[in-house]
Every structure is written in structure tokens, then in C-alpha cells.
Design a protein around this ligand. Structure first.
Ligand SMILES: NC(=O)c1ccc[n+]([C@@H]2O[C@H](COP(=O)([O-])OP(=O)(O)OC[C@H]3O[C@@H](n4cnc5c(N)ncnc54)[C@H](OP(=O)(O)O)[C@@H]3O)[C@@H](O)[C@H]2O)c1
Length: 332
């Protein structure tokens, strides 16, 4: 694609749509061109806030806009499949928020459609593209802390939202695992690979989704990954990787760290700081733009296989916890 600018459309005008729209200002040769909302007034307000050319009162109209090249799907989890398929059908490339789909079946359907239409599709797992997460992976691979023995990751906060909010709403596929625990699971898979065994348990809230979820991965070499997500507890949001020769500590908020601390076996600590550009969401958008320009249908950094491994692991965890979303899980 040799166009001067890549033109984006956004579906949804909520929290993450705002952050992503802000991030696009830091992405070269990108323009936020259209926004679609269930409500035309929300679309117009969003458009005026971010200087968007076209505001639509439906997702379909935004996806249909002929000048749009790629759509960012920023709706609740339960709509990711439907919205992504609709955009691909209208011949748009897609960046879809995490979790990509609610389960493996949904993710495979999304990927199959992208293949059929020969269009770009990627899961918006922004941490994957952040410099300090990439740096952590590099340090482990180059043996700086030796063989990894233990990974711990916590992503928890005390949510003030009520039962209708998407965090707790079963119809919107709420619960801590798919919303924030997914980052812990991503980190474990990214740094340590696929586990041999999974142990998991969840604490359910009144809406029958997991308020809290703990997951342990056991690896062939006896390494463990111990992770915890919750909307009910204010834990530090930190991660740590312990190796035979040292450890790496990812400071609060570990999923978008500016500081990581490398400690060697003698206890000497080195601070590695990286003040990232923009608000961080621009890194995943950069990858989308680069891939589309080079005619790729998937990213090698957040590949379709990586998304399938992630969702299949989440499916296994949900099964062990007894956490089901019948409207999605029972569809053939
Ligand atoms: N990458 C990250 O750091 C990050 C952070 C937060 C969330 N996320 C992901 O992004 C997605 C959206 O999260 P969010 O925090 O932006 O949620 P949010 O603030 O509730 O916004 C979601 C938007 O989706 C649209 N929507 C469509 N049907 C809806 C329904 N039944 N109830 C509520 N909203 C509905 C609404 O936009 P309109 O009214 O304009 O149609 C709403 O503003 C989730 O899948 C989440 O996992 C990612």
C-alpha cells in the first residue's frame, strides 16, 4: 500500500477508544478518519475531541466508509467477533482489542475470515510492543538471569464499578481473567512458553463472573509461573522473573513499565528506564501501519498463532475454574 496516509476508523467511544485516539497522534502517516458509535451524539462528541472527519451513529456505517483502511475495534469482549467479521467483510484491515475473541472458536473464525479476505488482522495486546517488555524477553534469552525458576505477576485493583459495568456483566463477558488476568497469562507464555500443566481457581461475584482468579503454570523444567488477577483487591501491579543467577523486577504498572530492575546473584541492582513515546498504545499502532504498508496479513510480533495459544490457554483456565459464557461457549 503506497498511500500517503493510513486512515483509521474506531468502533466504540469508551475508555480505551479515547486512549487509542490520543496515541494515534504519535503514529507517523496515520489519520483518525472515522468513528462509529451506537449513539450519534457520542460519535460527534468523540469526533470533535479528536478532530475526526466522519462521525457515524452505527458501527456498520463507520466500517463502510470508503476512505478508511483499518478499523480499531474498541467494544466490549462479547462484540469482538461480530464487529471484526463485519469489518473484514467490508474489506477493512482490523486491529481488535483483547481478548481477541471470547474463546478459541471465535478467534479461529476471525482468523479464517482474515485469511479468506487476505486482510490484516491483529489482537491489540499493547504490552507485547512496549520497549521494556521486549527488553525483559531479550535479557532472559541472552541468559542474564540464567535459567528461569519462577515468574510472578499480579494485576489487581479494587473496582468501583457496579454489576452492569462490563467488568462484572456476564452478558458482556466480564470477569478479571479475560479483562486483566489476560496480561499475566500473556507474560507467562511470552517469557516462559507453553506450560506442561495448568492449575487455576476463581472467586465468583454475584454476577457469576470471576471477581478474582489465580493461575499457576508448571513447566517441564520445574519452573513455575504464579499469577493473580482481581477486581476486588488493591495489590501492587508488579511482575518478577527469578532465575538461577538473578532476577528482573517490573515495577508497578508492570504491563506498561517504564522502570525495570535487574539484580545479579550478588545483589547488585541495575535500573533500566525507558520513557516511552506517546501513551504507549502508539507502539501497537506503529506495528499495524508497518504491516499494512508491507502487505502483511499478520504481525510476526503478535501473530495469529500467538493469539490462538493465548485464547486456548484462557479457555483451559476457564474450564478449570468453571467459568463459562454460555452465549459464546455453546455456539457451534
Ligand atoms: N489495551 C488496553 O489497555 C485496554 C484497556 C481497557 C480496555 N481494553 C479492552 O477494550 C474493550 C473496551 O473496553 P473499555 O474499557 O473501553 O470499555 P468501555 O469504556 O465500557 O467502552 C466500551 C464501548 O463499547 C461500546 N459498547 C457497545 N456495546 C456496549 C454495551 N452493551 N455496553 C457498554 N458499551 C458498549 C460503547 O461505545 P458506543 O456507545 O460509542 O457504541 C462503549 O463506550 C474491552 O474488550 C477491553 O478488554 C483494553
Amino acid at each position: 500500500m503506497n498511500k500517503e496516509k493510513i486512515r483509521w476508523g474506531i468502533l466504540g467511544t469508551g475508555n480505551i477508544a479515547h486512549k487509542f485516539a490520543d496515541a494515534l497522534r504519535y503514529v507517523e502517516d496515520s489519520e483518525l478518519y472515522a468513528v462509529g458509535s451506537r449513539n450519534i451524539e457520542s460519535a460527534k462528541k468523540f469526533a470533535s475531541e479528536f478532530g475526526v472527519s466522519k462521525a457515524f451513529g452505527s458501527y456498520e456505517e463507520a466500517a463502510q466508509e470508503k476512505n478508511v483502511d483499518v478499523i480499531y475495534v474498541a467494544t466490549p469482549h462479547n462484540l469482538h467477533l461480530e464487529n471484526t467479521l463485519m469489518c473484514l467483510e467490508k474489506n477493512k484491515h482490523v486491529l481488535c482489542e483483547k481478548p481477541f475473541g471470547v474463546n478459541g472458536k471465535e478467534v479461529r473464525r476471525m482468523i479464517a475470515k482474515a485469511k479468506e479476505k487476505n486482510l490484516f488482522l491483529m489482537e491489540a495486546l499493547w504490552s507485547r510492543f512496549l520497549p521494556n517488555i521486549i527488553k525483559t524477553k531479550g535479557m532472559i534469552e541472552s541468559g542474564e538471569i540464567g535459567k528461569v525458576r519462577l515468574l510472578t505477576a499480579y494485576f489487581s485493583f479494587n473496582s468501583v464499578n457496579g454489576p452492569e459495568h462490563r467488568q462484572f456483566n456476564k452478558d458482556l463477558c466480564g470477569g478479571s481473567l479475560l479483562d486483566i488476568g489476560i496480561y499475566n497469562i500473556f507474560l507467562s507464555l511470552f517469557l516462559l512458553g507453553k506450560p506442561k500443566e495448568i492449575f487455576a481457581s476463581a472467586g465468583f461475584v454475584k454476577t457469576k463472573v470471576d471477581g478474582s482468579c489465580s493461575v499457576t503454570f508448571k513447566y517441564d523444567n520445574e519452573a513455575l509461573a504464579v499469577t493473580f488477577s482481581s477486581f476486588l483487591a488493591n495489590t501492587p501491579v508488579v511482575a518478577e522473573v527469578h532465575g538461577e543467577k538473578g532476577k528482573i523486577f517490573l515495577e508497578d504498572k508492570w504491563f506498561c513499565p517504564t522502570n525495570i530492575r535487574l539484580t545479579d546473584s550478588k545483589g547488585n541492582e541495575k535500573l533500566i528506564s525507558f520513557d516511552f513515546k506517546g501513551n504507549g498504545y502508539n507502539y501497537e499502532a506503529d506495528e499495524v501501519v508497518n504491516c499494512i504498508r508491507s502487505g502483511k496479513t499478520q504481525s510476526s510480533l503478535m501473530s495469529w498463532d500467538a493469539s490462538i495459544e493465548l485464547i486456548d490457554t484462557l479457555d483451559s483456565i476457564r474450564e478449570k475454574c468453571g467459568l463459562a459464557y454460555p452465549k459464546h461457549d455453546n455456539i457451534q
